[in-house]
Design a protein around this ligand. Structure first.
Ligand code: B1M
Length: 213
């Protein structure tokens, strides 16, 4: 991995958004691809943050600063990841479940879905089940993509599937789930149509679900 990306991961860890933005720009100019920068710089740095947070070597304000630094890098990559030469792959409605404000993975997914030609409607974070249901009814997306990062909030995914069934909408929309605590087994257990461990795999799964893979 390049020295530049190693330094970027460290700057992200320390919450230095300006340095992360500068390094992202430099990395692009040096010819690295947005996907390399994302995986080996930004996500690599955030993985260390997650590990140290879990082990209580980092605390919430530091994690928040790292998240802001991550956003600074992602803002530069966004137009590149979202640029698409195809269109009309389908419409995807995205959101993070109620009680959960983690949005970095969901935003990444949105950028990559847009890059693959999907129209992306992003409902943001802390989205109640009722809002997902009313938006599915109103906007008729092909896929509703639900993200959860907390074991305490992932149960809303099951509630959503039940609510879609009760509203008579389940047959009209594919449900995809993801986020750090979500597994393939959990997705199957709750009756979701798709699951992926990362944003690129999620895009591929979405295309297959719509018969466009
Ligand atoms: Co929070 N947090 N956090 N946090 N945080 C985790 C999730 C945690 C695992 C950290 C830890 O203990 N190691 C832990 C959850 C433990 C658990 O539930 N088992 C945790 C906790 C406990 C909390 C608080 C409760 C802490 C507190 O207040 N005491 C609190 C909760 C707030 C709330 O939501 N109500 C909290 C707060 C925060 C911050 C606000 C400080 C910040 C979020 C900022 C933001 O998102 N704007 C934050 C962060 C940054 C993290 C970690 C460190 C990093 C998450 C991240 O952005 N990763 C995280 C540690 C970890 O996940 N290991 C942690 C990078 C991102 C690219 O990955 O989001 O996993 P990820 O997305 C991936 C895949 O999961 C997948 O694709 C993405 C890209 O490849 N994916 C999908 C995601 N959604 C998908 C949907 C799909 C398909 C794939 O289909 C629809």
């Amino acid at each position: 991995m390049s020295q530049l990306l190693t330094q970027m991961a460290e700057d992200l860890y320390y919450g230095d958004g300006e340095a992360v933005a500068r390094a992202t720009q430099e990395a692009l100019e040096s010819g690295l691809s947005p996907h390399e920068i994302l995986a080996d710089g930004l996500i690599a740095g955030m993985n260390v943050v997650g590990k140290d947070f879990r082990e209580c070597n980092l605390f919430l304000p530091e994690v928040l600063a790292a998240a802001k630094a991550m956003h600074a890098g992602m803002a530069i990559l966004r137009p590149l990841l979202s640029a698409s030469d195809s269109s009309n792959t389908g419409t995807v409605l995205l959101g993070t479940v109620k009680g959960d404000v983690h949005d970095i993975g969901k935003n990444l997914l949105g950028m990559m879905m847009a890059g693959a030609g999907f129209e992306v409607i992003d409902l943001g974070v802390d989205v109640p089940v009722e809002r997902f249901v009313s938006e599915v009814e109103a906007r008729e997306p092909d896929i509703v993509g639900v993200s959860a990062l907390l074991t305490t909030t992932m149960g809303h995914m099951k509630t959503l599937i039940t609510a879609l069934e009760q509203a008579g909408l389940r047959e009209r929309v594919k449900v995809m789930v993801g986020g750090a605590p979500v597994t393939d087994a959990y997705a199957e257990e709750i009756g979701a149509d798709g699951f992926a461990t990362n944003a690129s795999a999620a895009v591929e799964r979405a295309k297959v679900l719509l018969g466009r893979g």
